[in-house]
Design a protein around this ligand. Sequence first.
Ligand code: ADP
Length: 484
Amino acid sequence: MPAKSLKVLFVASECYPLIKTGGLADVVGALPRALTALGVDVTVMLPGFPDVLSGLSEKSTLAKVHSDHGGNGKLVKGVTCSGVNIIALDLPDLFNISGNPYQEASGADRANNHTRYAVFSRIAADLARGEIGRKTYDIVHAHDWQGALVPAFLKTEPDHDVKTVLTIHNLAFQGLFPKAIFGSLGLPGIFYSPSGLEYWDKVSYLKGGIAYSDHVTTVSPSYALEIQSDDGGMGFGGMLRAKSHALSGILNGVDLDVWNPETDEDIFYSFAASDIKGKAKNKTALQKSLGLRVDAKAPLFCVISRLTTQKGLDLLANMTDFLVLEGAQLALLGSGDNAIEQAFLDAAKKHPTEISVTIGYNEPLAHKLQAGSDAIFIPSRFEPCGLTQLCAMRYGTVPVVGRVGGLNDTIIDANPMALTDGVATGVHFHPIDGHNLYAAIARTLSLYRDGKVWSKLVDNCFEQSVGWESSAKAYLALYRGLVN
Ligand code: ADP
């Protein structure tokens, strides 16, 4: 089948720039554009949150919809400012919420998440097979637990040819709910079984997606292996091993238009790859703006992350005195676990000219940190792909990473062999613990102090291709294989 006739419906809860809590949004915002460039007809279905509806242009109503659990509403067609085709499910009873799409301001999960994303997936399934609207799709590409029921709903409908792909962006988020909600899903009773949605006496939407999709992908080859192990499988290892014939890892990329130091309007001074002086100007401006001691020679590390134990930032919080003692600086942006936030805030209070901490979500500051820092910490305990290391390399910022998942697949450790061969792009450590992080910091500082070695590392980072082109081709090959 020629690429241009392939019709693909993405089903996801986030899409940059409309709504974003993490890397999922980046992928759903960028991959459709890369697929469109290959001739694929891609539409993204999103929940009709206020930010989604207000961010669309060329809006029109595709169809009126009704759900017993979600009330009356409509499907709204529109386009993002970056040209991605969207269908938003405007059901005010379910989606007229602002802030984090899954959690209350307190951090607790929203009470009716199970209804919200079940109704979303049910209507997506009906849209894909042409029951709503006039178009039928060749492929539904569902993302994470919020879209994972689409393959299950499609399995209950006999008259369609829609193939399904589920991408797991993070196996830790399993869409787990009490078994009492199963009856409200409208799925046959047999779907509540150990080979279906049942998981230790609960319902898991993600498990349903794994069970009933034609193919499962995850976002890096290493993570695809890790999730089939008992340690990395988070309870789903056996099931994923059984699905290994239809499971693969395709690396994420970044949107090269959004993350481009030459055109980035969020950074202090635009600069070309390999323009070390341009990067140095951003470092000085960043130090000034954050109230850090202005010192071109002080190694400046950044963190841009959810502050969670997954990201290993509890380990880094114990290293702040060591960093300062070594003459290094830290600029952190993120939010998450209270204890981790507090530990970094305490460190900034103790070392106000060396450590800057910004709690919150701030897209422009994330760009400034990437442009102005020498290195970025990503000490994750597990990392499905990770995007910040890819953005970092684009801005000549050297990643210091836990050797797990996509971090392992995208960063080449500066060990003696890689340094001799001139191919290193960062620093790895493993196993993920405080001792090894400490050693990785010490090693990074000694690389930094050898100016020639460090500039080669920075050059290598600039040279990496971190866009979507090759991964979009891999998705296209997967879609074609399923359709044929
Ligand atoms: P996650 O596990 O959170 O999805 P990724 O590395 O895959 O981690 O993607 C994180 C994305 O969110 C990146 O684009 C990063 O720049 C962005 N990000 C994370 N935290 C913040 C923050 N506090 N402010 C702005 N952007 C952030």
